[in-house]
Ligand binder design. Structure first.
Ligand code: SAM
Length: 284
């Protein structure tokens, strides 16, 4: 028996559940699920199955469905339980609640009503992908799911093009090739990226390459399963190239090609001859 039943202080417990391998559940998550007065779940069948795998008895406790489509109707019942001094455990279908999953409005209401809000932390696909993608983790930006239509998606990508952090996207396998093509176009085909598929499952795969290469690969092969896409930040070279071009364009508004090139070359410590060529083509 891997869990312990013990009295829990009243409050709302967000419980992280596995994103693939059922044994990734934490012992504390099992304790909370075994002990809470009320259990709520995004998908009650998935949760019952998980409890079954780990031998956690439900007893007479209710399992309340709480998801995107019934949140407003189901929340009052959970709030009532909290007001009665009960412990309420909430699990989303997989991974960490609130991370591209329901739970935010519930947490707000519980906090506003002065209840304890706490968690039994555990797996999340974003963190799992960051751990193994081979891209920098000093800063990362969770962009979640992108819009469905290509136009809206490109606009959303523009907004994170200059973020100086590894970008983390959740994707559906059906949209993967189209999204990668948009990313290559908007963020730059040369940017390093990783497609992390089926994490912690039997067919886990991480494909690391440039955005252009990944877009070509998935356009040809298609993809199955669950996917996280990570994209490296715009490199210093790319940033500097963009900065030099902007500076040159500005300088060319008032200076000759020769003087503009000299000024920008000096400012960026570059060879005059190289910058002159760039200024010349910009001026045409
Ligand atoms: N709350 C979850 C978390 O903490 O990661 C995310 C839920 S969101 C509705 C589902 C998305 O997460 C999937 O479409 C996929 O992008 C990503 N995901 C979940 N499990 C995954 C896995 N095993 N491998 C790769 N991506 C996964």
């Amino acid at each position: 028996m891997n869990y312990q039943i013990r009295p829990l202080p009243a409050g709302l417990y967000f419980v992280a559940t596995p994103i693939g391998s059922a044994r990734d559940i934490t012992l504390r998550a099992l304790d909370v699920l075994a002990s809470a007065d009320v259990i709520a779940a995004e998908d009650t069948r998935t949760l019952r199955k998980l409890l079954d795998i780990h031998g956690v008895p439900l007893g007479e406790r209710p399992v309340i469905a709480y998801h995107d489509h019934n949140g407003d109707a189901a929340r009052p019942r959970l709030m009532r339980a909290l007001a009665e001094g009960k412990s309420v455990a909430y699990a989303s279908e997989a991974g960490t609640p609130l991370v591209a999953d329901p739970g935010y409005s519930l947490s707000r209401e519980a906090l506003e009503a002065g209840h304890l809000v706490t968690s039994a932390p555990g797996p999340s696909a974003a963190i799992t992908a960051l751990t193994i993608a081979g891209l920098p983790t000093d800063h990362f930006y969770f962009a979640g799911f992108q819009p469905n239509s290509s136009g809206a998606r490109r606009a959303a990508l523009e907004a994170c093009a200059d973020v100086q952090a590894t970008l983390v996207f959740y994707e559906s396998p059906k949209r993967l090739a189209a999204s990668l093509a948009d990313m290559a176009q908007v963020l730059g085909g040369g940017r390093q990226a990783a497609v992390c598929r089926e994490l912690t499952k039997k067919f886990e795969e991480v494909r690391r390459a440039s955005l252009a290469e990944l877009a070509d690969h998935y356009a040809a092969s298609g993809a199955k399963g669950e996917v996280v896409v990570l994209v490296d930040r715009a490199g210093e070279a790319a940033m500097e190239e963009a900065d030099v071009e902007t500076a040159l364009r500005r300088a060319l508004e008032t200076l000759s090609v020769k003087d503009a090139a000299a000024m920008v070359a000096e400012a960026y410590g570059l060879k005059r001859r190289d910058v002159y060529q760039q200024a010349l083509s910009l001026s045409r």
